[in-house]
Design a protein around this ligand. Structure first.
Ligand code: CA
Length: 260
């Protein structure tokens, strides 16, 4: 029943090992206006259709065919970086881009490259995708990375609700002045709830914002993470709103709402 993974198949006999399939027509333009991507890819047979596809999705796309061109490019909202470049080591380009700023980077690797989460962290990349990849998977990853980065930096540098204090720059969480260690997902969920304390967030909304934009299926993992947050903070700070979802609450905040 689930159509969550409708990745595009690509490649036929004899097609290049780095082929990428992009839907030719009928892709609706989505709400990606004003988001500028830098596509670093030396293979024009990949870069051009990818650029067209991404533009149909509403992104503005700059192309850089070399590492040097990537490093010389202007500011963008996200970099899509092929690690196999003709002039510079892709990993070096990645580290240099990261050294210069916080722009999110998605690394593109060839199948068989030794790359894992640890290497990614060392490079400073936010995510990676392996060729050949489905276009929809790529777009989903771009959106997810953009959402995470804007949630972390653009909204606010700190969130305070009652005894809860979150420094979103350092991702440090304190509750009643005590440091609280959270997993990345727990942190994202907490930010999602506490940044709009008192507001009810539906289960579907939380799954989309914290887990996957194209989420479809069980929300059990949400309940597990809520339970964990309640345990680490205080049981009553996240209220279950029956058959809807959750909200972050604080007694003082509720008193103020009641009084008003
Ligand atoms: Ca390449």
């Amino acid at each position: 029943m689930s159509n969550r993974t409708d990745r595009d198949t690509s490649g036929g006999p004899g097609e290049g090992k780095h082929s990428v399939s992009v839907p030719a027509t009928g892709v609706a333009v989505r709400e990606s206006c004003d988001v500028r991507l830098l596509l670093v890819e030396d293979d024009a047979a990949i870069a051009e259709p990818l650029r067209e596809g991404l533009e149909r999705e509403g992104f503005e796309v700059d192309l850089a065919p070399t590492g040097a061109a990537a490093l010389a490019s202007g500011p963008v909202d996200l970099v899509l970086l092929d690690l196999g470049l003709p002039d510079l080591e892709g990993r070096v380009v990645c580290q240099e881009l990261r050294r210069r700023g916080e722009t999110p980077i998605i690394v593109v690797t060839a199948r068989g490259d030794e790359i894992d989460r640890v290497v990614l962290l060392e490079l400073g990349a936010d995510d990676y995708i392996v060729k050949p990849f489905g276009f929809r998977e790529l777009v989903a990853r771009i959106r997810a990375v953009l959402r995470r980065s804007s949630g972390a930096s653009a909204v606010a540098t700190s969130i305070t609700v009652g005894p809860l204090r979150v420094d979103t720059r350092s991702r440090q969480v304190r509750f009643a002045a005590e440091p609280v260690a959270l997993t990345p997902r727990e942190y994202d969920l907490l930010i999602c709830l506490a940044s709009d304390a008192g507001a009810v967030k539906s289960r579907e909304q939380l799954m989309r914002e914290v887990w996957d934009e194209h989420w479809w299926g069980s929300t059990k993992t949400l309940d597990v993470h809520v339970a964990s947050l309640r345990k680490k903070l205080r049981p009553d700070v996240i209220e279950t709103v029956r058959s809807v979802g959750y909200r972050y609450v604080d007694e003082a905040l509720l008193d103020a709402v009641d009084a008003g």
